[in-house]
Ligand binder design. Structure first.
Ligand SMILES: C[S@@+](CC[C@H](N)C(=O)[O-])C[C@H]1O[C@@H](n2cnc3c(N)ncnc32)[C@H](O)[C@@H]1O
Length: 190
């Protein structure tokens, strides 16, 4: 309970941005249609307590390389306990370029994000999106979710516009009503 997402939301609302972990249905939607089955190099941004991490590990190729980036040091111990094989950097997603170098990766085939975009100010959205775009291989995918109520917030709307300006293809998934709160996924291709 000490490090549940709800507790983290109470402690660090502007970093956590959610009171519940993503549902298994949303996690599946996040990794579908983005080539995870053949992705060589994968990164997850904002894994929190690992609701999506489990689905990535189940779906990715056995010989694929995978690491995660989580800013909140309070959840790291729980993540490492759940997934002892996972490499997690306690850092900001804005530093993704530096981290792929540390991983000896040239680029990423897939970036899976659990970041709370709608509560990020536009300059931070720009900084992190640019780091993601620069780290992706041509044809690589960026996949991220948005809560239904967040798309009407100014930052949610500006995030959608940024995606369309930056990526060659941006698709929206059907809404996952069984998630709390309901959410959908943006699948973006470089
Ligand atoms: C909405 S929670 C999602 C947790 C989990 N992925 C899920 O779907 O249930 C957002 C997570 O992003 C992390 N986060 C926020 N800003 C970040 C940043 N700049 N870099 C990396 N992680 C960040 C938070 O600490 C939190 O764990």
């Amino acid at each position: 309970m000490k490090n549940s997402l709800f507790t983290q939301f109470l402690r660090k609302p502007f970093m956590t941005g959610a009171i519940c972990p993503s549902s298994p249905e949303l996690a599946k939607m996040l990794v579908s249609g983005v080539g995870i089955e053949t992705a060589g190099n994968i990164a997850e941004l904002g894994p929190g307590t690992g609701a999506v991490t489990a689905t990535i590990l189940q779906t990715m190729p056995e010989n694929g390389k995978f690491f995660a980036v989580e800013l909140n040091s309070d959840v790291l111990a729980e993540l490492q306990n759940r997934f002892p094989q996972l490499r997690v950097y306690n850092d900001s997603a804005a530093h993704l370029g530096k981290l792929i170098q540390q991983e000896n990766m040239e680029s990423l085939d897939l970036v899976v994000s659990g970041l709370p975009w709608a509560i990020f100010p536009p300059p931070l959205q720009d900084e992190i999106l640019q780091a993601i775009y620069d780290s992706l291989a041509p044809g690589g995918y960026f996949t991220t979710f948005a809560y239904l109520q967040g798309v009407l917030m100014p930052n949610g709307m500006s995030f959608r516009k940024r995606l369309s300006r930056m990526f060659s293809v941006v698709e929206k998934s059907p809404i996952v009503w069984r998630n709390v709160p309901p959410a959908f996924v943006y699948r973006c291709r470089k």
